[in-house]
Design a protein around this ligand. Sequence first.
Ligand code: PCA
Length: 191
Amino acid sequence: MGRKRLLITCFEPFGGRLVNASCDAVFALPDVTGTFEVQRLCLPVVFGRAAEIALAEAGRLRPDVVMCVGEASGRSAITPEMVAINLRFARIPDNEGNAPLDESVLEGGESALFSTLPVCAMAEAVREAGLPGDVSYSAGAYVCNDLMYLMLHHLAGTGVPCGFVHVPAQGLDAGCMARGLMAAIGALEQL
Ligand code: PCA
């Protein structure tokens, strides 16, 4: 079977922190896992801009699947997100100082968009790998949700499945997170 291309994105640090667990996890992944060739991209924590950059890279790379990854503080499991909402709410400003309060991601867009990745199978695969994994039903309303919503909106109808996974901001080392992500990527073989 031929190789498939997976575009996997992570985020730079934000909120005054020096690291972002999503980057540690994504950059600890091997270049090839299962039948997927892994292409990594680190994105700025900026509303709208993150998706612009990811979509430009997707246009260039023509990946078979897109998986975006971010960190979530206060979470202890690797959590594939079920849904993105058409709402921006910033408790803290993004890395360019934007702090939208209850604005749309996309004026006139759908209220919510569902992940086109097999989130339940991904969470199950993470658990089978011996790591904490759970489906999450809220990606928040900050830049991670924004990226997920815009990616799903723009990739709709292209046949490129896309979704988002939050990893714990603290508590799991990069090697464990990478193993968890590899397990989740394994669940994408069925696509
Ligand atoms: N987490 C934030 C944005 C970047 C990141 O890693 C979020 O959950 O929205």
